[in-house]
Design a binder for this molecule. Structure first.
Ligand SMILES: Cc1ncc(COP(=O)(O)O)c(C=O)c1O
Length: 415
């Protein structure tokens, strides 16, 4: 790992990459290995590997305690968790959803032939804009599916009020928001149900996994049955269901990760504060902030790059960082509405989504988590500062190099 002082040292201009190994966004956090292995030994001894095993039950109890939610149902991943929650809540027709989200949010609707109606976001929060939600309601609308993007809560109060006034169901994709709060209450307690993801790339993981949280006992009972094919007894099926069960290995990982949860958050917080300091005062860069008065997990370091102030755009910066082995990512580019099948269904959707369109061109997410040290963050901030403060000069050198390569190729062809 090395700091760089001169443009010529940049990897993109032929220098040696700042990092020997790639630094990724969302490298898994691993808790205490011995505790995990002991649990795995136990579950193997028990020969109870799945089907609502003791670790899944314990994990659900612990999650309920942590979130202060009456019902927590562990599932195999958040995508299936969303599909089940959407079905159990009786959604149909059209559901209003942001386009600036991971594609699974939209697919969970489309998979069951419910039309996702893409709604624009508030550029300040990156979350679904309640004013735009209200405009998108039609007689076919049955629900709103909000996303607590980056773990920052949606405007829960406004959405709850809109849902109440229009008699709509309200579900939250809380894939990013485990251990976050809104108004002092833990995420998991809002809307009809909230769905968390524990995918390996999330700061808290169960390899693959998720959780449906709700305070509605009837809905919880339905979700529980639907998670297990709809079985309500050995030989009795009450609903259409699927296989959404979490297995014992994942629950063992979940219980072990819970023991390190505060440590994971502390590391994310430390990295976030260091990025905040290291990137402050660079024109054209905005780091998304977290509300320190709430519980946050700080799992995403989100930059917005404004080309008019920097001379280079987000994609240029990404290329510069990749050449240093900093694998920064363009989340959620290019937006669900530009991906299939939605792009073909609604070719004009972009006209209704100006804030989403703008943001998908500007957002860049940087590595954090327990695999990222303060030294890593210092070097990354130095690289970004150099790249953005000397953007036009870097661009010129790349152009010169392209021209030189072109001339060289033409000369070789002639020879
Ligand atoms: C916003 C959002 N929703 C849903 C999902 C799907 O989660 P899973 O991978 O657990 O199915 C993700 C996952 O990455 C996500 O970021």
């Amino acid at each position: 790992m090395s700091r760089k002082d001169y443009l010529e040292e940049l990897g993109i201009l032929g220098g040696i990459p700042a990092f020997d190994d790639k630094l990724h966004v969302g490298r898994p956090n691993i808790g205490n290995r011995e505790r995990l292995l002991a649990r795995i030994n136990d579950l193997l001894d028990r020969r109870w590997l799945t089907n609502d095993g003791p670790y899944v039950q314990e994990f659900e109890r612990e999650a309920s305690k942590l979130l202060g939610v009456d019902h927590c149902i562990a599932v195999c991943n958040a995508t299936v968790g969303l599909e089940i929650a959407i079905r159990a809540a009786g959604l149909s027709g059209e559901v209003i959803v942001p386009s600036f989200t991971f594609i699974a949010t939209a697919h969970a609707l489309e998979w069951q032939e419910i039309t996702p109606v893409f709604c624009d976001i508030d550029p300040a929060t990156h979350n679904i804009d309640p004013r735009r939600v209200e405009e998108a309601i039609t007689p076919r609308t049955t629900g709103i599916l909000g996303v607590h993007l980056w773990g920052r809560p949606c405007d829960v109060d406004a959405l709850t009020e809109i849902a109440r006034r229009h008699d709509l169901r309200l579900i939250f994709d809380a894939a990013h928001a485990f251990r976050c709060s809104h108004g002092g209450h833990m995420i998991g307690n809002f809307g009809d149900a909230e769905v968390f993801s524990f995918h390996a790339t999330k700061f808290f993981n169960t390899f693959e996994g998720g959780l449906v949280a709700t305070n509605d006992a009837g809905l919880a009972q339905k979700v529980r049955l639907m998670r297990n094919f709809g079985f309500s007894g050995y030989d009795e099926v009450s609903y259409i269901g699927t296989n959404g069960k979490m297995n014992e290995m994942s629950a063992a990982m979940g219980l072990t990760s819970l023991e390190s949860l505060n440590e994971f958050v502390a590391v994310n917080h430390r990295n976030y504060e260091q990025y905040e300091k290291g990137l402050s005062g660079i024109p054209g860069v905005r780091l998304s902030t977290y509300d320190e008065a709430e519980k946050c997990n700080y799992q995403y370091i989100v930059l917005e790059i404004e080309e008019t102030d920097t001379g280079i755009n987000r994609d240029d910066l990404m290329e510069i960082l990749w050449a240093e082995n900093v694998i920064a990512r363009r989340y959620f580019y290019p937006g669900c509405h530009r991906m299939e099948p939605y792009h073909s269904y609604y070719p004009d959707a972009r006209l209704r989504l100006p804030a989403t369109e703008r943001l998908t061109e500007r957002v860049l997410v940087l590595p954090t988590g327990t695999a990222v040290s303060p030294e890593h963050v210092a070097v990354i901030c130095g690289l970004i500062r150099m790249a953005l403060s000397q953007g036009p000069a870097i661009r010129q050198r790349l152009l010169d190099r392209e021209t030189a390569v072109g001339v060289d190729a033409r000369n070789k062809k002639r020879a």
